[in-house]
Every structure is written in C-alpha cells, then in structure tokens.
Design a protein around this ligand. Structure first.
Ligand code: NAD
Length: 641
C-alpha cells in the first residue's frame, strides 16, 4: 500500500535482518543487516548518510528549534556514526569488545555501533555504583539539588540535538520529541527541588517514646528502560533516584540507545561525580539480566513489556530485589452519548496516534455508546485517514516509522488477526511500501471484546473500536483484559463519572481529558500493567528505605525477664530448667507463679505501678495482676512485635 500523504523523504529501506556481531543471540538475530550507505564503509557507518538524511529534509519547514541547532544536531549524529556508543562506567568509557548495531527506522541505515555489555560489564558498573554510593548519599540535599538543576540546564541547552537524535533513533516525530527533551529537563528540576527534603519523615510520639521516621537512600539501583521514548523515560526514572541519594546503573533498550549516552555525558559535564551514574548497553537477556541478579543492586526500576517484568521478578528473587514495574497496557477510552463528542474525538485520536501508537498510556480500545457509535466512527475514520505519515524530522508529520522491522511484523500481524477474526478495517490495515518501518494508521471496527485486537497490546498506530449498550457493559468490557494502566472517561454526568472511575480497574484515569501528566501525581498500573507507583513522593518511597527510631523520653519500666525469676525462686534456688511456656505464661499473670503450687504474692512495688485497664503490654500486665494463680488458665498476652 502506498499512501499519498507519506512524505517523500525516505532515503533507504527498512532492511531485512541479519546479525553482525561476534556472538549471536535470539535478540541479536533480530537486529537489522547493515545496508552499506553511500560513503560508508561496510560495517562502519560514515557521516555522509547523516548529511544525506538531513539534506533530504533541508527543504522542509523544520521547526525553529531544529533549524537553530541544525549543525549541532548533525554533529551529534555524525559523532555516533564515527565513534560508536561506548558504555560509561565509573566516569570512564568502556568498550567491552563486542558491539551491536543501532539502525534508524527511518531508512534502516546504520546509526552507530554500540558497545555490547555483558554480565562482566554489568558487574563492573554495579561495583562502580556501589563505590560511589557513600559520597553521593552523604552529599547535602541542597548540593544535590543544585547539581540536578545544572543537568536540567544542560538538557535544555542541547534539547534540539537530543530531539533530532531521538527522532532518527526511534522514528518518533519531532513535534513530540522536541517537547520530550524539554520534559526530561522538567523531570530533573522537579526532583531536584525535592532533594533537600527527601529524607524528611514524621514525628509520632507515644507515652514513653519520641518516635521518628526518616528515609535513607536504598543504595545503588538499576534502571532498565524501553525503546519508545527513551530519553524522557530515562530522566523520569533516574532523576528521582539521584535526588534520593541513590547511585545508578542504566541499561537502555537495544533498539534506541543513543540519547542515553548523551544524557550520562550531560550529567557528568554538569559535575556529577564519577560512578554515580553508569551506563551499560547490551541485550536484555545478558546485561539486563545480570543487573537484575546483582547483589549490590538494591532495586530495579523497570519500564517495558509485561513478559519482561515477569522475568525480572524471577531473576531478582534470589537477591530479594525491590522492583517497580511500569508495563504494558490495553487502555480503554469510554465515550458516553452525553459527552462533548468533539473533544472526545480529538482526545481519542491524539491518545493512540501520537508517539506512533508506541505509548503505554495510549487509549488503544475505544468504547463508544451504541446510540452514537456509527456517527462517531464515521468522523473518526475521516480523521484517521487524514493523519500525516512521514519523516520524523518533518514538523508536519503526525505518525513516523515504527521502531524496528521486527515491530512492524508484530503490528502487521494484527492486521491479519483482525481479518481472520472477522473485524472490519475502516482505515489503514497495511504496511506502507517503500523505505522505512512504516505502517498505515489503522482503525478496527466490528470488533467483539474477546478478539485478539481487543485484548492484546499492539503498541502501534492502531485503534480498536467496540460499541457498548450501557454503563454496566462499558465497565465489563473496559475491565475485561489482563491490563490496567490507564482509562479515559467521556461523559457530562458527574455522578456517572464518579461511579465509573471507582469501578474501573486502572491505575490512572482521566475524565473528559486526554493524558495530561502532573508530576506530583502517582504513576503506575494494576493487574498486568505493573506494580508500585512512582511520581512525586512515590518515587522517593521506591528509591529510599523508611526507618523508624524510637527515643525514650524517660525511664519507663522495662520488663525484667530473668531478674524476677531468679529472685522469686527463693532459698531453695532456681529450678534446674528455665520456666516452661506454661509457667512463663502463668508468671505473666502474677508475681510468683513459678510452679502451680507457688503462692501468689504481688509486691507493693508491682501494685504501685499498676495502671488502669486495659493493660496491653507484657511488662505492665505482669505487674498488675493481684490474683495471678486464679488466672493461670488465661492465656498470657502476646509480646509486642
Ligand atoms: P522490553 O520489555 O522488551 O524491553 C525493555 C527493557 O528491558 C530493554 O532495555 C531490554 O533490553 C530489557 N530486558 C529485556 N529482557 C530482559 C531481562 N530478561 N532482564 C532484564 N532486562 C531485560 O520492552 P520494549 O519492547 O523495549 O518496550 C515496549 C514495552 O514497554 C511495551 O509493552 C510498553 O507498553 C511498555 N512500556 C510501558 C510504559 C509504562 O509506563 N507502563 C512506558 C513505556 C513502555
């Protein structure tokens, strides 16, 4: 299928796949073959293709930000093409020998040879993070704040380079990526401002203690990120870890590793001490796995596929790793007949077709009330057919190429599945012939809730529409998948909105709004969409341990185990054995019940300290019974835990 609105900017073809590294694994086999570019030596990318790609976009009305930074952006890409991407461990570059290729989904050309870290590399990085931890942990929060703000400043200064590189590495459109880079800076500023108070806790006084809580950074942590919006997601995970006082080993996705390298460089240039932030590229099943199993790594912040989350939970079990998972989604958008349908339409299109549909929070299932279904779908179809597909650096582009040929195959597989299951394809439903990893924005209709296209995460520019008769059916369909990340509700009926949001199985819900992220709010999903929350203070809860310390405010009576037993044993001396449980229980009930026949003789001191009931604590319980032998059959109170 060739779409008229596909921009004629592609300069290569999304190629077939072949492994080119020294060792072959299943993931590696999925990496694309090198297509020798004009001017590039086989196996080593030259800078000329970058010139060609950018020159192809030269005539286009590129955004001001990109025009201004055009030379720098070109240099950023050319530098990766020339020198490749090294790991960064303890403030130094590390090139373990083996490499893998990063190719652009725009045209399949080689962007860089990337250091392929393995278990040994992950171990060195974890060790560097462990060594750097005490100094970073002990740095005053105000200093960490200043440093993180300097990182944010540097991100802003290089935003156009980052955006351009991200577009070429992921296929995401410049209209979104220019904002994503700036959003990364905002993430740093947000958590920087909270760094000085990150350790704050509560005072919880009790009658005899001043109890305080405090938080301490958990230690070195691993951050494992996916390929869809790598720069922004990395900042979202790493900024709070650093603000909390943790050191970091970052393992970026193998399909889009370039901006992770820019980010760690920016951080070090801003003054981050060596080893505080380490970067290990590589495959998930070796470098990623080793990180999750490493004993020095105390927690793993993971964003990615649900299957991978399950694997990481198993891998981390031996070291009791704390994990936070942001996983897949099949998020419903419920449109009731009374909604503002114009706004609902805008939001429905935006939430699935922005970021090429490679967005975990996308509203990929559109549930429309039957009475408005046909009219709404007719308008929707027009909008989907009018989406501008093209080169990601073209500011007019609304949908760019998918990340990788493997992912194109996955998404296109759902076109076949939809047809096989009897769904209709109202728009798209095909790969776009020509260069690049493009598929047409697609709309499935006549779908029932049990079809694969209604149940499985497609993670592409593909929307599935399902009608519903009433609120009960809407909820049943909405909750009828394994996932539960986000949900969107469109209605003007406030009480219905309150009812429905209460019953929707999702971690984040927006009413009459697309996903508008507010950084202090919690982020995360339920069911197969993840566990735990981050965002705002929830991020610190994950990256820090909460400690309780109790300070005695006086000289309260402490139970005198052993001392009372010896004294009460009398002239005959203590029995040859320590009190048995029954005896100990009895002695809890009184003063001298060491044996069943012992007399009950509470001492004046014990009487004097007797508080009024209810008596809960073993020490006071012991002191307050005046007739303990009578209560010998009563169970002794459980000790405090
Ligand atoms: P993925 O799970 O395949 O890979 C994510 C990361 O995990 C990569 O860095 C990969 O190398 C690593 N990895 C793979 N196997 C591993 C293992 N055994 N041990 C340790 N690390 C391993 O995901 P992806 O394909 O890169 O990203 C797409 C998925 O991410 C989608 O399912 C999407 O919904 C999800 N996602 C979720 C969110 C969210 O916030 N919930 C955000 C973005 C993406």
């Amino acid at each position: 299928m060739a779409l008229a609105n596909v921009q004629a900017l592609h300069v290569g073809r999304c190629p077939p796949m072949r492994a080119t590294t020294t060792e072959v694994t299943s993931t590696e086999a999925a990496l694309p073959v090198e297509v020798p570019a004009e001017g590039a030596k086989p196996g080593k990318p030259g800078a000329r293709w970058v010139e060609a790609a950018l020159a192809a976009a030269e005539g286009q009305a590129l955004p001001e930000v990109l025009l201004a930074g055009r030379a720098a952006s070109r240099a950023a890409l050319a530098r990766f093409a020339e020198s490749g991407v090294a790991n960064r461990i303890g403030g130094e570059d590390s090139r373990p020998g083996a490499t893998f290729e990063s190719r652009s989904p725009v045209d399949g050309r080689l962007l860089a040879q990337v250091a392929r870290g393995d278990a040994a590399e992950a171990d060195r990085a974890a060790q560097a993070a462990k060594d750097a931890f005490p100094v970073w942990r002990d740095m005053p929060g105000a200093e960490r704040k200043a440093l993180l703000h300097r990182i944010a400043d540097a991100i802003v200064a290089r935003a156009e380079d980052i955006a351009a590189v991200e577009c070429m590495d992921t296929g995401q459109c410049i209209r979104f990526m220019s904002k994503a880079a700036l959003r990364g800076a905002k993430n740093f500023r947000f958590f920087a401002d909270r760094a000085p108070a990150a350790r704050d806790g509560q005072a919880l006084p009790s009658p005899t203690l001043l109890n305080v809580t405090t938080r301490v950074p958990i230690g070195p942590v691993g951050v494992i990120t996916p390929w869809n919006t790598p720069f922004m997601l990395s900042t979202w995970k790493i900024a709070p870890a650093l603000a909390a006082g943790c050191t970091v080993v970052h393992k970026p996705a193998e399909f889009s590793p370039l901006t992770a390298r820019m980010l760690v460089e920016i951080a070090e240039e801003a003054g981050l001490p060596p080893g505080v932030w380490n970067l290990v590229n590589g495959m998930g099943e070796d470098a990623g796995r080793a990180l999750t199993e490493h004993p020095a790594i105390r927690a793993i912040g993971f964003v990615g596929d649900t299957k991978t989350g399950r694997a990481i939970m198993r891998q981390g079990a031996e070291t009791l790793k704390r994990v936070h998972f942001e996983l897949g989604g099949k998020n419903p958008c419920l449109v009731f007949a009374d909604a503002d349908l114009d706004r609902a339409l805008d939001a429905a299109v935006f939430m699935i077709f922005s970021l090429n549909g490679e967005r975990c929070t996308s509203s990929s299932r559109l549930l429309v009330e039957a009475s408005i279904h046909d009219a709404f779908v007719a308008r929707l179809t027009e909008r989907v057919n009018a989406l501008k597909v093209g080169h990601p650096l073209d500011p007019a582009t609304e949908v760019g190429p998918l990340i990788h040929p493997v992912h194109v195959d996955k998404v296109a597989g759902y076109f076949d599945a939809a047809r096989a299951e009897g769904a209709s394809i109202a728009a798209g439903g095909a790969r776009i012939e020509g260069e690049g990893c493009y598929v047409a924005p697609t709309l499935f209709t006549d779908v029932s809730a049990d079809m694969r296209v209604a149940q499985e995460e497609i993670f592409g520019p593909v929307l599935t529409v399902i009608p519903f008769a009433d609120e009960a059916e809407a909820l049943q369909i909405a909750n009828g998948t394994d996932y539960g990340l986000t949900a969107y509700v469109w209605t003007r009926d406030l009480t219905r909105a309150m009812r429905v949001t209460d019953r929707l199985e999702a971690g984040m819900i927006w009413v009459n709004s697309e996903n508008v992220r507010h950084l202090p709010t919690p982020f995360g999903g339920v069911k197969a969409s993840g566990s735990g929350r981050d965002g705002g203070d929830w991020s610190f809860d994950f990256y820090m341990e909460t400690k309780h310390v109790g300070f005695a405010t006086g000289e309260h009576a402490t139970p005198r185990r052993g001392a009372g037993y010896a004294r009460r044993a009398g002239p005959g001396g203590p029995p040859a054995h320590p009190p048995r449980p029954a005896e100990a229980g009895a002695s809890q009930g009184g003063s001298a019940c060491l044996t069943p026949s012992a007399p009950c003789a509470p001492t004046p001191r014990r009487k004097a300290c007797c508080p009024t009931p209810p008596i809960r604590r073993p020490s006071t319980w012991c002191a307050c019974r005046t007739s303990p032998c009578a209560s010998r059959t009563s169970p002794a109170p459980a000790p405090s835990t």
